[in-house]
Design a protein around this ligand. Structure first.
Ligand code: KG4
Ligand code: ZN
Length: 340
């Protein structure tokens, strides 16, 4: 079976082909031009997806040595994401499905991330504790099966990636902020500044907006309202901020492991590329003697391989989707409506 995956929810256009369980292509075209605006400009994103999607499909077919007529299943990201951007991949996928007369599966982007560990050779074992850390979501989940996910907690304000991006912007570091903060932090001392970890009444929720504000207060106090930060001080601020994020994620992960019996720990989403968070996960898995699955960086950020894999999973579980049935912004999937 040849499955085509299409991802256009934000600033990455991606096309993937999985052939009989083997990933044959996962092409990702990143819209780097958003950096000069300090964030993603939705309208420009939609236009760029439209320009690149057809040539990218051609390249993916060439790379996989598969003809378009040999595609058996088409899966597109259906949400959440930028509406205009989603429309490009969704309409493209639906049109292919209609013209090839092959089934179409609309895939929830977050579900794509949640099950992305299955793209690795060493796969998660159910039930697994899954921490989703991306630009728009921070979720702690227990994944019981292919169709059953229990939400333990989520962020009550900013997502982790959003906090990285906003703090990087305050410090004048380039977008996307996550990688910029990580590389600045490598040269810094993470004990140099004490930022607070949010205390919440709910057991497994997260909050990062207080941390963001306390970094801002620190910067204003030490460098004035114009935030004229000394270049040499950036590594220590970045490292201390990153450490606080790591500690607040760790706190909830450990609480969940103390309370629930799981087989595997899985860290997914764009922010899962962060080395400090990956190290914390490694140590926690060792401490609790659990198997750990963190996807390779290629599968952490937005990619179509995870969309193809998740779509194939739903298709194999017998789920059928008609071309008319779904709205692109709010995909209602019975087993997992809570996070939409
Ligand atoms: O999953 P993703 O590619 O897109 C969304 O679905 O949101 O995540 C993008 C986020 C951005 O906020 C980016 O700054 C962050 O992932 N990110 C990182 C790192 N690489 C990407 N954050 C921290 N450390 C990194 N190395
Ligand atoms: Zn994502």
């Amino acid at each position: 079976m040849n499955t085509l995956g299409i991802e256009t929810s934000c600033d990455e256009t991606s096309i993937a082909i999985i052939s009989d369980g083997e990933l044959r292509a996962n092409l990702i075209s990143s819209q780097d031009f958003h950096a000069k605006y300090g964030g993603v400009v939705p309208e420009l994103s939609s236009r760029a997806h439209l320009q690149i999607i057809q040539p990218l499909l051609r390249q993916a077919l060439d790379k996989s040595k598969i003809k378009l007529e040999e595609i058996d299943l088409i899966c597109s990201t259906a949400g959440p994401g930028l509406i205009g951007a989603l429309l490009v991949g969704l309409s493209f996928g639906k049109s292919l499905s209609y013209s090839l007369n092959k089934p179409f599966v609309p895939v929830n982007h977050i579900e794509g991330h949640i099950y992305s560990g299955f793209l690795m050779n060493e796969k998660p074992e159910y039930p697994y504790l899954c921490l989703v850390v991306s630009g728009g979501h921070t979720l702690l989940l227990i994944v019981k099966s292919e169709t059953e996910i229990i939400k333990l907690g989520s962020t009550i304000d900013d997502a982790v990636g959003e906090a990285f991006d906003k703090v990087a912007k305050m410090m004048g570091l380039p977008y996307p902020g996550g990688p910029s903060i990580q590389s600045a932090a490598e040269k810094g001392n993470d004990e140099s500044i004490k930022f607070p970890i949010a205390r919440l009444k709910t057991e497994f929720d997260f909050s990062f907006s207080g941390l963001k504000t306390s970094v801002l207060r620190y910067l204003q106090k030490n460098y004035g309202m114009e935030l004229k930060i000394k270049e040499a001080d950036i590594p220590n601020i970045a490292a201390s901020f990153q450490k606080t994020v790591v500690e607040s994620l760790k706190k909830n992960v450990e609480k969940a492991l103390d309370k629930y019996e799981v087989k595997t720990l899985s860290l997914v989403g764009g922010v899962a590329a962060n080395k400090a968070i990956r190290n914390m996960f490694d140590q926690t898995a060792k401490k609790y003697n659990k198997k750990i699955v963190i996807p390779d960086n290629e599968f952490c950020g937005d990619n179509a391989a995870m969309i193809a894999a998740r779509g194939e999973m739903l298709h194999n579980a017998g789920m059928k989707f008609s071309l008319e049935s779904n709205a692109f912004a709010r995909l209602k999937v019975d087993h997992f409506t809570e996070i939409l």
